[in-house]
Each structure stands twice: as structure tokens, then as C-alpha cells.
Design a protein around this ligand. Structure first.
Ligand SMILES: Nc1nc2c(c(=O)[nH]1)N[C@H]1C(S)=C(S)[C@@H](COP(=O)(O)OP(=O)(O)OC[C@H]3O[C@@H](n4cnc5c(=O)[nH]c(N)nc54)[C@H](O)[C@@H]3O)O[C@H]1N2
Ligand SMILES: Nc1nc2c(c(=O)[nH]1)N[C@H]1C(S)=C(S)[C@@H](COP(=O)(O)OP(=O)(O)OC[C@H]3O[C@@H](n4cnc5c(=O)[nH]c(N)nc54)[C@H](O)[C@@H]3O)O[C@H]1N2
Ligand code: SF4
Ligand SMILES: [Mo]
Length: 712
């Protein structure tokens, strides 16, 4: 018996099932009841993270399951550029044959695999195993490279471990100063705002650093509004002020860290007058912030603003340097954390779908780690592929060394930087296979589209932004036609002659294998079982298996109280210097362009653009520009505005607002085609994390002649 043969079904409920939202990393607990073929959704008052709150996307997520746009049948591209229905057997047979043909002629690494932070832990683990064991390709990466890579690289360098938040979200309410650095949580994780309201009610100070006056910034006591790309400069400037004001915790530095002297001497060059001039942020504002950070329990939480830059990982190190120097990391309700984005953005980066990683956060270039996983999978260490290409590098290699790509859970034709170029690369492949529940912009380019099940139709686990592993539960019968990603991988593996290693009796059995694989790794899940997760509203990793009659491990909600994950137990100060973005405004392209999100849409919009309540609230993207800039350009609110970068142009509807700096434009990236913000963005990469620079590029803007705009 295997998953592919039958999906094992728990007894179907008559009452509400406790499960979690399919979208973001807050993974709100929700109560789902099937009523007359629809899902009734309510926020779970008892789940300790969202505590009875949810956002508009979660409340309407049931529409994804009943959407008329859902794919129910495998599709094959025909000669006319359209798709024909094919059977599962025909599709999988031909895909397997073509994979084997390509590998025979071009080598094993000619097959690329692209995964996702939307996948459950079980899927992420199986996809990584499929790439390394069945395909034996080095080239697997995932859309978390666009999301968590810089924060992960920064935390690994400084702490020796990367878990988004090293403490529960409830600690936010207990701190006395929180700097929310480049995150617009009021739109992106709305129910988390309850903790910031509590923080303020308890007399804490909220600081928001964002080039825009966002919903979140409105709530702040201090809003710092720098030019895009100034974050490293600001963090080093804050540390300089901390030294100047004698706020450094030398005892903590001596006991818990290494490398302070080098950071101190770099930082002394970040003189306040220079930082003020270069960032546009008044020194007195920075002084207030650093005093507040030093004076009690305090934390910095970063979002994609500072991270999605070609210096993102260094900016994270600069923030961590500051918090280490103030002696905060590992103290109660204090420290540094990053706000994980995708539903399983955390677990997705632990189980081996990242080019450089193996399950349990083992590293594919570490000899001991390689030996462990090769033995676990029953293969020779020399047959285990080495580190492959990161997401953008993988895209760039398409049509060149990489001839085929299998995509599970990403709409990379919309989500990638320079999306016009990315689309051309995808078109140049000999074989593109997309497994998805919807015909998104990437699937439209594919040779085969494989329809998949969705949340509420399948079991699994997700790991939320606190490192809490939780259960996604099945609520309704699986739709006829689609298969689970696990079944697709099992059936493909069996056609590639590796079926034995991919035959699982249930999703729980996949979890049990994954948990065993992680034993002794940095993200240790070996003490976790479905029963334990069910009994506890989730459990935070690391959670090693109890040995020799020891008590069951309760999990680890808080990290770093006693030691860091480097071998000497100390955190490392990493000296980092400011540098300009890959592309700065100049005479030809005089404006900054930055991107982000609307409350009502999710990422590439592949899912939320199918939900009527969401498209009614936000039918199209609008570009924000300041009234001074608008009057210089002669554009009014609601007029079309042409925005051009060196990569392409988009005509957006203008949203004239003083919420944004006069030198910067902002647009959301939730739409594809001619409305895709990513047509404009710069694929410059962070050299350490390989994160693309979604948050800074240079553009020019101009009005659109009436006859032109009618044609768009
Ligand atoms: N509604 C909604 N919620 C989501 C998502 C969604 O698509 N829609 N996606 C989920 C995912 S995958 C993620 S990763 C998270 C992202 O969550 P956030 O990090 O909150 O999201 P963004 O809107 O990308 O960026 C945050 C802010 O960065 C600011 N910013 C731009 N440039 C800079 C800069 O140079 N420096 C600084 N300091 N700030 C800058 C932008 O103005 C923006 O307000 O949201 C998750 N939740
Ligand atoms: N300009 C700009 N670009 C950005 C960003 C930005 O801030 N600005 N943010 C970046 C970030 S943080 C992210 S996370 C990426 C996201 O970028 P994408 O990966 O392109 O975005 P999603 O819309 O989340 O795509 C997820 C797809 O997976 C499908 N899916 C969901 N669950 C499953 C599943 O279980 N199995 C399968 N097979 N499919 C599934 C959905 O239907 C959808 O089609 O975008 C990045 N791109
Ligand atoms: S999208 Fe995020 S914040 Fe909104 S309901 Fe879902 S998990 Fe909660
Ligand atoms: Mo993300």
C-alpha cells in the first residue's frame, strides 16, 4: 500500500476540524466545517498564536477549493500552444522518459527542481530526497531563496543557527522597545498586531523603519523613513551612537560573544553626521531609538525590506551586531528575529530543498553531514550530489546547462526578479513540468501541468514563524482528478526505478522518516510525532528524541538563553560595511523603485486572484508616488503612469499619496503579465545569500498619452 495507490483517509468529521490557514507563516489556527460542499471557516480562539484572529485572506481561503479555475486533469501542451487533457499515466510516463533522455544526453544536473515554502515539511523533505536520490541532480532550489535567504545567511553567520524567531510571538507584548525593520505587518501578518497593541499598552516603544508611511508605521511611536537600501548604514550608525553614548554591555560581550574589536573599529567610521546625510534620517531620531533599545528588554524584528537586497545578509549581521553589543540576544523578551513569510517558509528551509542543504539543516558540502544522509538514504556518499545553483542562477542556466525544470509550488514567472527575462529562460527549456492546483503564469509556459490537491484535502505539517511544528489536517474528501504532491513524486520515482525509496504508507510515515533523518542535526525533529503535535498545539524545534529512558523533550520555544549554536557556544560579531545597491538612481533613471504587498493578495497572486472577495477589494496594482513628484510629472491620482527600468516597462494606475518619499515609487508584485512589478526589478544577487534585490532598483516615470493608455 502506498500514498499513490490510496490516500489514507482519517474518519471524516461532522464537526469543525482544527487546522491552519494555507497562506502565510503566521499559520493562523482555524476551525473548518464542511457545509453543503463549501468550507465554513472561523478563527480558532484556542490556538495560542493567532488567538481567535485572522485576516481576510484566511477567512476566504475556502474559495480556493471550490474555485471553478481549479485544475482537475493533467494537461499536455499541444502544437498550437494550447493544452490537451491527458491521463495521469500518459503524463507521468512521458515525463519520466523525457527526464531519462535528457539526463542521458546532458548529465544528471541538467534537470532542475524548484520547490516552495508553501509545501508541507513532508513534501519539502520528499522533494529534496527525490532530487538527490531519484534524479541525483545537484540543481534543486526553491522560492524561499526570494524570501528567507538573507535572514538565514545572517543568522547562520552570527548565531550558527537560523530559526526565524528565536522566541514566541507572545514575547513581543512583553518587550519595552521593538524595532520593526522593513516589515509591514499590519498588512502582511495582520493578527500579529494584537501583540504590538499589547506592547504599547504596557508602555513599550514601537519603532518602524520603512520608506513608506504604512499601516504599521502609523501605529509606531517613531517612524524612520530612509531611502531604500540604507539599512546597513542605519544599523552601523545606531551601533556607533551606542558606543558614543556608552551603552555597550562589555560583560555580555566578554561572556557570550567573539569578534567585538573588529566590529567596533569598523563601526567607528559610521559617524552620525555622515549617516544622517546619507540616509536622510535625523541623528536625534536615531539617538532616541538606540537609548530605548539599550534601556530594557528590547528586540529588532526584520522583514523583507532590508533583506531583499544585494547586501541583505550583511544588513542582518549589522542588526545582530547591534543587539549583541547591547547585550540583548537570549535575554527575556529580547533579541533579534526575522518574520518568516510563507506558510512553511521555516520548515521549507530545513528539510533539504535548498541547493546547499540536507534534511535537519545539515549542509551538503559538510563531509560528516554528507556521510550521515547518504547512509540514511542507503546510497554511496560519492553519489550524493553536491551543492547546486541558487534560484536565480538556476533560472539563468535554463536552456544552457539546465534543460528541464520541475516546479512544485511556485509561480516563478511572476515572483522572480526581471520576470520578463525569467519567462524567456523558462521558455527555452526542453521540458517544463509544473505541479499546481491552478493554471498560473508559470504553468501556462509548461509542457505538462499536473493538478495537485490543496490544504484541507490532505494531511501534513507546517513550521510557523516561531519554529512551532503544527498539523495541517484533512477536512474534506480529496477532489477527483488531482493527486497529492507526494503521490506525484512517488509515481515519478517509481518510473525512474527508485520507487522503493519513495513508497510510504501514509503522510505520517513520511513525517516519521523525516524526523529520523534530522536526528542530531541543527533542526532536530526526531522527538516529534503526529500524536505529540496533536496533543500540544504544535511543538518548537529543536526537539530531539529522548534516549535511555530520559523524559520526553518538550521542544524549544526560546533559543540562545545559555549558548549559541557555534561550536564554542558564542555568538560571532561579523564586521560589515555599507555599500550601494546593485543599481542606484542616476540621470537616466532618477527614481528609486521598491516593491511589496497588499493585505488582500498573496505573493504572485496565483491563488488570491481567484478569490472574488479579494479581487473586489484590490482589483489591480497601483503605483504609489508622492504629490510633489506627481505634480512635477503632471500625473493625477488614478491616471496611468509609465514606469521604466533598464529591464522593461509597466503602465500602472497612479496612487498619489504623501505616504511615500518623493524620490521613491512603490508597487505590489501580486500581478503577472503587463502588470508585473517584477518586469522592472533588478536580478542583482547578495553574494552570500543569493537573494535577489527586489527592494531597490532605479526607474523613470512619465505620463501616458490618452490614446496609448486606452490600448493597455
Ligand atoms: N497580505 C499578504 N501577506 C503576506 C504575503 C503577501 O503576499 N500578502 N506574503 C507573505 C510572505 S511570503 C512574506 S515574505 C511576508 C513579507 O512581509 P513584509 O516583509 O512585511 O512585506 P513587504 O511588503 O515585502 O515589505 C515590507 C516593507 O518593506 C518596505 N521597504 C521597501 N524597501 C525598503 C528598504 O530598503 N528598507 C526598509 N527598511 N524597508 C523597505 C516596504 O515599503 C514594505 O512596507 O508576508 C507574508 N504575508
Ligand atoms: N518584486 C518582488 N518580488 C518578490 C517579492 C517582493 O517582495 N517583491 N517577494 C518574494 C517572496 S518573499 C516570495 S516568498 C516569492 C513568492 O513567489 P512565488 O513562488 O512565485 O509565489 P506564490 O504566489 O506563493 O506561488 C505559489 C504557487 O504554489 C502553488 N501552491 C501552493 N501550495 C502548493 C502545494 O502544496 N503544492 C503545489 N504543487 N503547489 C502549491 C500556488 O497555487 C501558487 O501557484 O516572491 C518573491 N518575489
Ligand atoms: S494569511 Fe496569514 S495572517 Fe492571514 S489568516 Fe492566513 S495565516 Fe493568518
Ligand atoms: Mo516570502
Amino acid at each position: 500500500m502506498s500514498i499513490a495507490a490510496t490516500i489514507p483517509l482519517p474518519t471524516l468529521p461532522r464537526t469543525a476540524v482544527r487546522t491552519h490557514c494555507p497562506y502565510c507563516a503566521f499559520q493562523c489556527g482555524m476551525l473548518v466545517t464542511p457545509v453543503d460542499g463549501k468550507l465554513q471557516i472561523a478563527a480558532d480562539p484556542d490556538f495560542p498564536v493567532n488567538r481567535g484572529q485572522m485576516c481576510i485572506k484566511g477567512f476566504n481561503s475556502g474559495d480556493l477549493l471550490t474555485s471553478p479555475d481549479r485544475l482537475l486533469q493533467p494537461l499536455k501542451k499541444n502544437d498550437r500552444g494550447g493544452f490537451d487533457d491527458v491521463t495521469w499515466d500518459a503524463a507521468l510516463d512521458e515525463i519520466a522518459e523525457r527526464i531519462e533522455f535528457i539526463q542521458r544526453h546532458n548529465g544528471r544536473d541538467a534537470i532542475g527542481v524548484f520547490g516552495s515554502g508553501a509545501l508541507t515539511n513532508e513534501k519539502a523533505y520528499t522533494l529534496g530526497k527525490f532530487a538527490r536520490v531519484a534524479l541525483r541532480t545537484a540543481n534543486i532550489d526553491y522560492n524561499g531563496r526570494y524570501c528567507m535567504a538573507s535572514a538565514a545567511a545572517g543568522q547562520n553567520a552570527s548565531f550558527g543557527l537560523d530559526r526565524g524567531m528565536p522566541f514566541p510571538v507572545a514575547d513581543i507584548a512583553e518587550t519595552k522597545c521593538c524595532v520593526l525593520w522593513g516589515s509591514n505587518l499590519a498588512d502582511t501578518l495582520p493578527p500579529i498586531m494584537q501583540y504590538f497593541h499589547e506592547l504599547k499598552a504596557n508602555g513599550g516603544l514601537l519603532v518602524v523603519i520603512d520608506p513608506r508611511l504604512t499601516e504599521t508605521a502609523r501605529l509606531a511611536d517613531v517612524h524612520i523613513q530612509p531611502v531604500p537600501g540604507a539599512d546597513l548604514l542605519l544599523a552601523n550608525g545606531l551601533l556607533h551612537l551606542a558606543i558614543e553614548e556608552d551603552l555597550i554591555d562589555l560583560q555580555y560581550i566578554a561572556e557570550r560573544t567573539s569578534g567585538w574589536d573588529a566590529v567596533r573599529s569598523v563601526t567607528l567610521r559610521y559617524h552620525p553626521a555622515y549617516v544622517e546625510r546619507a540616509t536622510g534620517v535625523p541623528v536625534e531620531q536615531l539617538r532616541r531609538v538606540v537609548r530605548a533599545l539599550a534601556s530594557g528588554p528590547s528586540m529588532i524584528l526584520s522583514g523583507r525590506g532590508p533583506e531583499q537586497q544585494s547586501k541583505g545578509s550583511d544588513s542582518i549581521c549589522a542588526m545582530i551586531n547591534l543587539m549583541l553589543a547591547l547585550g540583548k540576544v537570549g535575554q527575556p523578551a529580547s533579541g533579534y528575529g526575522t518574520l518568516t513569510g510563507q506558510g512553511n517558509g521555516q520548515g521549507g528551509r530545513e528539510h533539504g530543498q535548498k541547493a546547499d542543504q540536507l534534511p535537519g539543516y545539515r549542509l551538503i558540502e559538510n563531509e560528516a553531514d554528507r556521510k550521515h544522509m547518504a547512509a540514511f538514504w542507503g546510497m554511496a556518499e560519492k553519489d550524493l550530489p553536491r551543492k547546486g545553483k541558487s534560484a536565480v542562477e538556476l533560472l539563468n542556466a535554463c536552456g544552457d546547462n539546465v534543460k528541464a525544470m520541475l516546479v512544485f509550488g511556485s509561480n516563478l514567472a511572476v515572483g522572480s526578479p526581471n520576470s520578463g527575462g525569467a519567462t524567456e529562460k523558462l521558455k527555452s527549456l526542453d521540458l517544463l513540468v509544473v505541479a499546481d492546483a491552478f493554471m498560473n503564469e508559470t504553468a501556462a509556459l509548461a509542457d505538462f501541468v499536473l493538478p495537485t490537491l490543496q490544504f484541507a484535502e490532505e494531511e501534513g505539517t507546517m513550521t510557523n514563524l516561531e519554529g512551532r511544528v503544527i498539523r495541517r489536517r484533512r477536512v474534506i474528501d480529496a477532489s477527483a482528478g488531482p493527486k497529492s504532491d507526494l503521490a506525484v513524486l512517488e509515481e515519478l520515482a517509481s518510473r525512474l526505478g527508485e520507487g522503493d525509496r519513495f513508497t510510504f504508507a501514509s503522510t505520517e510515515a513520511v513525517f516519521d522518516e523525516l524526523a529520523r533523518a534530522t536526528a542530531g542535526g541543527r533542526a532536530d525533529y526526531s522527538g516529534l510525532t503526529y500524536a505529540k503535535l496533536d496533543a500540544n498545539d504544535g511543538v518548537c524545534w529543536p526537539c530531539p528524541k529522548a534516549v535511555d529512558g530520559a523524559a520526553d523533550h518538550p521542544g524549544t520555544p526560546r533559543l540562545f538563553a545559555d549558548r549559541f549554536a557555534h561550536a564554542d557556544g558564542r555568538a560571532k560579531f561579523i564586521p560589515v560595511e555599507h555599500r550601494t545597491a546593485g543599481e542606484e538612481p542616476d540621470a537616466d533613471y532618477p527614481l528609486y523603485f521598491t516593491t511589496g504587498r497588499y493585505k488582500e493578495h498573496y505573493n504572485s497572486g496565483a491563488q488570491t486572484r481567484r478569490v472574488a472577495a479579494l479581487t473586489a477589494a484590490k482589483p489591480r496594482p497601483r503605483v504609489q508616488l508622492h504629490p510633489r513628484l506627481a505634480s512635477r510629472l503632471g500625473v493625477g491620482d488614478g491616471d496611468p503612469l509609465r514606469v521604466e527600468s533598464r529591464r522593461g516597462e509597466v503602465i500602472f494606475e497612479a496612487n498619489v499619496t504623501s505616504e511615500i518619499r518623493a524620490d521613491t515609487l512603490f508597487a505590489p508584485f501580486h500581478w503577472g503579465g503587463k502588470q508585473a512589478a517584477n518586469v522592472l526589478t533588478n536580478p542583482a544577487l547578495d553574494p552570500k545569500s543569493k537573494m535577489p534585490e527586489f527592494k531597490v532598483c532605479a526607474v523613470r516615470a512619465s505620463i501616458v498619452a490618452l490614446e496609448e493608455s486606452e490600448g493597455t
